[in-house]
Design a protein around this ligand. Structure first.
Ligand SMILES: O=C(O)[C@H]1O[C@H](OP(=O)(O)OP(=O)(O)OC[C@H]2O[C@@H](n3ccc(=O)[nH]c3=O)[C@H](O)[C@@H]2O)[C@H](O)[C@@H](O)[C@H]1O
Length: 431
């Protein structure tokens, strides 16, 4: 005979088993007996629920009072000040992931030309948060305010839109990294899917609706073999969960464009590198290891083929992002309702000049003036793809996108920054 617990909590979530209703009734009558006892029990339960709810609300209000890192008159003033536009026909942009690599560069570029910028970043510890804090100081010094919070916090995002009528959202907050998805898959769902939906919900409800430009990824081309990769190529063979969440983002943004009239531009970034970059990426971690005299692992593909990437310098990516904001076109919805068709665009932002990983290492050796200890390893089945190569003619035509920095020049700038930031002490970087 099934236990009472089994009777009350059916095994299939969301489905109540009707044939058990009779048994439930029997248990109910056994417990509560006559009508007057039932009335007293009901009164007792109502009183209990009411006191529980008021206690909950007390706990919630007081915990918000003591722990909230956002809100208040001063906070709103800082946000409005940061969002102020200082040029004619300028924009006020909410930049998510503003303390990140691409986010910090794009924020600075927008501020420099007179646009209003407000950042949001959760400062998670996927990589050294002190680097994110240093980027934040850089932005603060230029008058850019960064809210510390998560894009999954719907109340915070709604508050930001209540405070400022953002014309644009540059959505760069994400869980990045291809191989880390095997270690922490849920963080990709949290940021790249749930966070994206929370943000789009706020954008769709905002009045006026902003235009949204966001970071997709070259990884959506997955295991494709036809090169260079064009926007019209298939993207249904992702090789990593990271790629799958970015592909999902493209589908999700499409529905918000279709249903709510949000103007959407997705940018497929190709292995972005440069000063203030991400320490988890190969060019960055190779530099650290080479300087510290530690070996580096260089992956090789099938039949020992070298892996290759269309490495793209950060300044070129920034131009692509700003060009996308400038040409994004308006969202058409209001009050959460579509009023007409709005632009939906996807662009490759690459360098269209792939370089092998061993060549990347040789360039670093030249700039660092230190020999690398290479350790060649067969590419593990961890989400990597053998090569990437962008066709950028669409971005060139529509955005005027034209990358100008080759890998040798870009790495020279990166190394210069790396040594000035971390220092250089007899071959050992101080970090
Ligand atoms: O374009 C993108 O959409 C993605 O670009 C970037 O991914 P990837 O192109 O994989 O860059 P990255 O890790 O620097 O590895 C570069 C090369 O070094 C090889 N590699 C890597 C590590 C190592 O120890 N050894 C090695 O050979 C490795 O096999 C690869 O061939 C972003 O991180 C990602 O967030 C996303 O934005």
């Amino acid at each position: 005979m099934p236990s009472l617990e089994e009777e009350l909590f059916p095994s299939t979530p969301g489905k109540f088993k009707i044939d058990r209703a009779h048994t439930m009734n029997r248990h109910f009558h056994r417990c509560f007996g006559s009508t007057s006892t039932m009335f007293l029990w009901a009164l007792f339960l109502v009183a209990l629920t009411a006191s529980y709810l008021s206690f909950q609300s007390f706990v919630y209000t007081s915990s918000r009072y003591f722990t909230a890192s956002w809100g208040g008159i001063q906070w709103e003033k800082q946000i409005r000040h940061s969002a102020q536009i200082h040029r004619s026909n300028g924009m006020s942009v909410l930049v998510t992931g503003a303390a990140g690599f691409v986010g910090s560069h794009v924020s600075l570029a927008l501020k420099k030309r007179g646009d209003g910028v407000v950042g949001i970043d959760n400062f998670n510890n996927y990589y050294d948060p002190s680097l994110k804090r240093a980027r934040k100081s850089l932005l603060n010094n230029q008058g850019i305010f960064i809210v510390e919070g998560d894009i999954n916090d719907a109340r915070l995002i709604a508050k930001l839109f209540d405070t400022v009528a953002f014309t644009h959202v540059m959505h760069l907050a994400a869980q990045a990294g291809v191989r880390y998805a095997m270690e922490n898959p849920h963080s990709y769902v949290h940021s790249n899917i749930a966070g994206l939906v929370t943000l789009l919900e706020a954008c769709k409800s905002a009045n006026p609706q902003p235009s949204v430009v966001w970071a997709s990824s070259s990884s959506v081309y997955g295991l494709n073999e036809k090169v260079p990769f064009s926007e019209s190529d298939r993207t249904d063979q992702p090789a990593s969960l990271y790629a799958a969440t970015k592909k999902a983002g493209e589908e999700i943004t499409h529905t918000y464009n279709h249903i709510y009239g949000l103007s959407i531009t997705g940018l497929r970034f190709f292995t972005v590198y440069g000063p203030w970059g991400r320490p988890d990426m190969a060019y960055f971690s190779f530099t650290r290891n080479i300087l510290q005299g530690k070996p580096i692992t260089v992956y090789r593909g099938k039949d020992r083929a070298d892996l290759a990437r269309d490495f793209t310098f950060i300044d070129d990516i920034v131009k692509g992002c700003v060009g996308s904001l400038d040409t994004s076109g308006k969202s058409t919805g209001s009050g959460g309702k579509k009023r007409g068709p709005a632009p939906y665009r996807i662009f490759n932002l690459g360098n269209t000049s792939p370089v092998t990983v061993p060549t990347l290492v040789s360039l670093l050796e030249r700039h660092l003036k230190v020999k690398a200890k290479r350790n060649f390893v067969d590419m593990p089945g961890n989400g990597d793809v053998p090569f990437t190569h962008a066709n950028i003619s669409l971005a060139h035509r529509e955005l005027g996108y034209k990358p100008t920095t080759d890998l040798a020049t870009g790495l020279k700038k990166f190394v210069k920054w790396y040594l000035s930031y971390y220092g250089y002490n007899h071959g050992k970087a101080v970090n």
